[in-house]
Structure formats: structure tokens, C-alpha cells
Design a binder for this molecule. Structure first.
Ligand SMILES: Cc1ncc(COP(=O)(O)O)c(C=O)c1O
Length: 406
């Protein structure tokens, strides 16, 4: 691959294809009747969305903006899964009428369904509900061993099962003659991303369907899987467990299994590539200044571990070993320090620091701060390079700004 100006994100098509195939294989082998929908918020890079559409993916959107983006990139309203607590009424109606999938999350949406049911008496609507259940009590072992995986009072999305709010929502919708509660959505973000949690969620879908006598068209297990890490479970493990539980009650002929992966699909394929610009010596410590930033990889500044590898510009056998080097970012914020290396070969200007499995989420979740979006290059399977995004400049930043009055 030719030398590209750092900093930039790279997506390797070969690795992306590998994870797409792994997902499809796991879904078709374990269930057969499935829809894979990509979580647009995770990474809304237009190239990526288009690529996934061509691979048969639907778009899972949580805002009007994401919906509009998906349509502009060629998804139809039927290929949309509309989630989230803040929905747009017009988009809601359009997706519903087009036969796309909607998972209700908020109280006002129940009222919208009542209105639409009256407005279109001759149409039959299918609708899904996002389930909020007490995961900590479903997986007590896990909750004990990793407390931070579970928000103390549980997640904040969907309708609560335990206090009867879910049941009330189901009853309210079922009382409408042309509305069919046809889906359950069980996305749950846990830090552990454990297979056990997915099994418990699938079991919950069975329990709810039985308890409220729902004849479900689909069960949407959401996202939240590991991907791209050989030391962690992958799609094969998750869907084996999910489908084992689901098959206790659901029939793959009748009920579609929906998956909404985000970061798990893209992690293996993406890297963030930076160059050492300067090395400073300050009271015995070396500060290695690079042209990438912590803001590109971890805008919320919570992480301290950044898997990476180096590509040295010159022979390292003639370099000294240095007790302590701090790898720093390009912003002039004191906190823009990524990681420390001890007793390693000295880094020199021109060396490359390449962050592995990096940028899946932050390629698009990148603050426009000091510098703007870095470029994204696609390394195609034949080795050629496609520019999916040029680096943003003031051309893009100045758009929609007004600074001359009158
Ligand atoms: C409803 C929903 N589906 C899918 C995803 C994708 O999750 P992940 O990127 O962890 O796979 C998210 C992310 O939080 C989500 O909220």
C-alpha cells in the first residue's frame, strides 16, 4: 500500500468481509431465518453503510438524521429498523407504512400507534417493543463477579417488565384491532459482552412471549457482541446460545432473528495510523509527540489501554533502550497522552504507531476539536486503496456558519 499521510483510519476489506461472513454463517447455521442490521450510530461512514447494504444488511437507525442518511445511501424504508427513545413522527409513520421494523421505546409512541391505527383503519401494522428487564437478577453470578457490567438500577431503555409497564404497553397495543405486537427487542449494553447475558435475554424473550401469548414475527437481539478478538467469544458462540434458548418456543419458519451488530463487525478491520513527529526530553522522561490524538480514539477520555504495534523508520538494533516513554497526541491538551512504554527501543520521528482494532466507534464519533475528521482509507482485497473520506478541512467546518452580518 502506498505511503499515506497520517493520521488516518484504515479499513481492511478482507478483515471486514471475514466478520461479515462469520456473522451470516452463525445466523444462518443456528437459525436460518434472519435479518442482519447494522447499527448506524456506531459508524456512519457512508462507504461502510453502502458496503453493508450491498452485503444484504438493513440499517438500524435511532434518529431522523440517521434515517435520512440511510435513505440517501440507498436503503429503502423497508430496510430500516427504527429504534431509540426519541423518534420522529413523520419517519415513524413512513417506516411503519413501508413495512420496516419499529421497536417502540417511549410512552408517546403508544399514543402514536393509537392515532395511526385510527388514521389507517384498513392497514395492518406490526410493531415491536423494546424490553427492559433486570439483567442482574437474570445473571446473578455475572452480576456478582463484575458489578460494573450492570448499571445498578438497570438500563434506561424500553418498557420495564418487572413493574408491569411492558404488560400495560402490550395490552394497550393489542386492544387496537389493526395492530399486532409482532416483535421484541432485547438490546442490552453490558461491559462484559458475555454469551451468558445473551442466553438470558433470549430466555426472557421466550418467557415474555409465553406469558403474554404473543405470536412473534421477530426477536431482535440487538448488538453488543465481541468481535475481532481471538481471546473473546465471537458470533458463533453468541448465536449458538441465543438460538438454543429461542428454539424452546419459537420456530425459525415463523420468527425472524434480528441482529444489530455495531462495533463487533468492524473492529478487526480497522486501525488508526499515526507518525512520531517529535521526541522531547523533560526531566528524564521522554514525551513522544505524534500526529494522532487520544481524541481520535477515545473522545470521552476514559481508556488507558490502546492495543498497537510500531513500524520503525530505521534499524532498531542500533537504537538505545529507553526506561520511560510517553506516547502523546497532537492536541495541546495535557491529557492527550495515550500510553507509556517502559524499557523499550527509543522512538524517533518518522516511526509509525499503529493502533489495532481502533476506530470502529470513533471514526465518526470524533470531536471537531483543533483538528477535524481524519481521512479513512479502504485497503481493498487486491491491495489497492480507496479513499472513503478525505480529511476534513475548514472547507467542511465552515459550512453552515455565518460570520459576516448584513
Ligand atoms: C439498539 C442498539 N443496537 C445495536 C447497537 C450496537 O451495539 P454494538 O456496537 O455494541 O454492537 C447499539 C449500541 O449501543 C444499540 O443501542
Amino acid at each position: 500500500m502506498k505511503q499515506l499521510q497520517t493520521p488516518f483510519f484504515r479499513i481492511k476489506e478482507k478483515d471486514l468481509r471475514y466478520d461479515i461472513e462469520l456473522l451470516k454463517e452463525a445466523l444462518s447455521r443456528n437459525w436460518g431465518n434472519y435479518i442482519a442490521a447494522y447499527s448506524v450510530k456506531t459508524n456512519s461512514l457512508p462507504w461502510l453503510l453502502t458496503y453493508l447494504k450491498e452485503q444484504g444488511f438493513y440499517a438500524e437507525v435511532v434518529s431522523r438524521t440517521e434515517y435520512d442518511l440511510a435513505l440517501r445511501l440507498g436503503f429503502s424504508s423497508k430496510q430500516i429498523i427504527y429504534n431509540g427513545p426519541i423518534k420522529d413522527k413523520k419517519v415513524f409513520e413512513t417506516v411503519l407504512l413501508a413495512g420496516g421494523y419499529i421497536n417502540l421505546d417511549s410512552n408517546y409512541e403508544l399514543q402514536w400507534m393509537e392515532e395511526l391505527s385510527t388514521l389507517y383503519p384498513n392497514r395492518h401494522f406490526r410493531i415491536g417493543l423494546r424490553v427492559n428487564c433486570d439483567l442482574a437478577s437474570l445473571c446473578p453470578q455475572e452480576a456478582m463477579s463484575s458489578k460494573e457490567s450492570f448499571p445498578l438500577e438497570g438500563g434506561r431503555f424500553g418498557y420495564c417488565y418487572e413493574n408491569g409497564v411492558l404488560e400495560t404497553a402490550i395490552r394497550r397495543l393489542s386492544s387496537l384491532s389493526n395492530v399486532w405486537v409482532s416483535g421484541l427487542h432485547l438490546h442490552s449494553s453490558t461491559q462484559s459482552r458475555s454469551v451468558q447475558v445473551f442466553g438470558a435475554l433470549a430466555k426472557m424473550a421466550v418467557k415474555i412471549a409465553k406469558e403474554y401469548e404473543l405470536s412473534l414475527d421477530y426477536v431482535d437481539m440487538g448488538g453488543g457482541y465481541f468481535g475481532g478478538r481471538d481471546d473473546m467469544p465471537d458470533y458463533r458462540d453468541y448465536f449458538r446460545e441465543i438460538c438454543r434458548e429461542l428454539s424452546a418456543h419459537f420456530d425459525p419458519q415463523k420468527t425472524i432473528l434480528i441482529a444489530e451488530p455495531g462495533v463487533s463487525l468492524i473492529s478487526r478491520a480497522s486501525t488508526f495510523e499515526t507518525t512520531v513527529i517529535d521526541v522531547k526530553d523533560i526531566r528524564g522522561r521522554k514525551f513522544v509527540v505524534t500526529d494522532g490524538s487520544r481524541t481520535n480514539l477515545n473522545p470521552l477520555v476514559t481508556r488507558h489501554v490502546y492495543p498497537h504495534h510500531m513500524e520503525y523508520i530505521s534499524d532498531t538494533s542500533v537504537r538505545n533502550s529507553v526506561p520511560d516513554q510517553w506516547i502523546c497526541g497532537a492536541t495541546c491538551m495535557e491529557y492527550d497522552k495515550l500510553f507509556e512504554i517502559t524499557d523499550e527501543v527509543e522512538l524517533l520521528p518518522g516511526d509509525k504507531i499503529i493502533y489495532d482494532t481502533a476506530g470502529g466507534y470513533t471514526m465518526c464519533l470524533n470531536p471537531l476539536f483543533i483538528n477535524y475528521f481524519p481521512a479513512v482509507y479502504i485497503e481493498r482485497e487486491d491491495g489497492s486503496v480507496f479513499t472513503a473520506r478525505d480529511p476534513w478541512t475548514n472547507e467542511e467546518f465552515l459550512q453552515k456558519n455565518h460570520w459576516i452580518e448584513g
